[in-house]
Ligand binder design. Structure first.
Ligand code: FES
Ligand SMILES: [Fe+2]
Length: 332
């Protein structure tokens, strides 16, 4: 990896790093973000900190050491750290006070949408907006994390693309010969991008549908690594209860690999959340070989680097928005 992340605004973005359910008390959860290794230290007392997974002493990987829920011990010279990151014991000098500089290099961490998010920069920016999560408590299901051999921005752009439905998701999200993409509007303001009236013909537009028909989506982007789609409820497609929202959450491991979660939030308290998770798994598996085949793996921001069609209005707006935000990591 180059050193692009150092000068990039990307360091001030929050990135999802783990599902909350996967980080159990008294465990370590190592992960890689922006080409660097980190670890979540989940204390037995319920605290969670995020730190560089590199010992401040001689750079050994801390998560190769031991952790009893209260003390993390480095595998190399046995320095011990408490669950706030303070170094509390150096076995080679048991009777000498430990300087504050021996502490772990911690970074900001917070929980949102059922995921742990980390910001490694000094001026954290906004989390993505995903209103559906709070509006429909308990009705979100997550699929992931899944690793993809491509940049996060390529994966997000794929999520924003409806023209591929009848090809990559034939009989699932689209069906030949219904290939035409009708015009839709894209607006850009201070909070991000929104595309409205994105209409796709789908073979099963609602849970009670007996034949194919149109579905309308709204897409929004308020964070460089995430995007939200909302299926606009309609009487023909099962009514209000059968609208739903989805958020793709990408986490950049390097500029050309990422981890991905797909969150789905439904409206119907009696809905089949596991069914949505399983459906996302199928759709994701259909997308994977295509997005991993794209070259370059980084998303080109120069409009002249690839050729476009009218259906690409949203993806072009996303590329411009990334450039304007200074989010260059995973782009070229
Ligand atoms: S490298 Fe960790 S204690 Fe020396
Ligand atoms: Fe797809």
């Amino acid at each position: 990896m180059g050193d692009q992340s150092r000068s990039d605004q990307i360091r001030n973005e929050w990135f999802a790093v783990a599902s909350v359910a996967d980080v159990r008390p008294a465990t370590l959860y190592p992960f890689e973000l922006l080409g660097e290794r980190y670890v979540l230290v989940a204390g037995a007392d319920g605290t969670v900190i995020a730190a560089a997974d590199t010992c401040p002493h001689r750079g050994a990987q801390l998560s190769l050491g031991t952790f009893d829920g209260a003390r993390l011990q480095c595998p190399y010279h046995g320095w011990q750290f408490d669950t706030s990151g303070t170094c509390v014991h150096r076995p080679a000098h048991p009777d000498v006070a430990v300087p504050a500089a021996c502490a772990l290099h911690t970074v900001a961490v917070r929980a949102a949408f059922g995921l742990w998010w980390v910001c490694v920069g000094s001026e954290p920016r906004n989390l993505p907006v995903y209103d559906a999560f709070e509006r429909h408590p308990g009705l979100t299901v997550a699929f992931g994390p899944q690793t993809l051999s491509t940049s996060g921005p390529r994966a997000v752009e794929n999520f924003l693309d409806v023209a591929h439905f009848p090809f990559v998701h034939d009989t699932y999200l689209g069906e030949w010969p219904h290939t035409e993409v009708r015009d839709y509007e894209v607006t850009v303001d201070a909070s991000g991008l929104e595309a409205t009236n994105v209409v796709a013909w789908q073979p099963r537009p609602g849970p009670t549908a007996t034949e194919g028909g149109d579905v309308a989506y709204v897409y929004s982007v308020t964070h460089p690594a995430c995007a939200v789609l909302t299926k606009v409820p309609s009487e023909a497609n099962g009514g209000e209860l059968h609208g739903f929202s989805m958020m793709i959450v990408t986490s950049p491991v390097t500029e050309t690999s990422c981890r991905v979660w797909m969150l789905t939030t439904i409206r119907d308290p009696a809905g089949d959340l596991e069914g949505y998770r399983a459906f996302n798994e199928v759709i994701f598996a259909q997308d994977t070989p295509i997005v991993e085949s794209q070259r370059p793996q980084r998303l080109p921001l120069d409009p002249a680097a690839e050729v476009h069609q009218r259906a690409d209005r949203l993806s072009l707006a996303y590329r411009r928005w990334l450039a304007d935000r200074g989010a260059r990591y995973g782009t070229c």
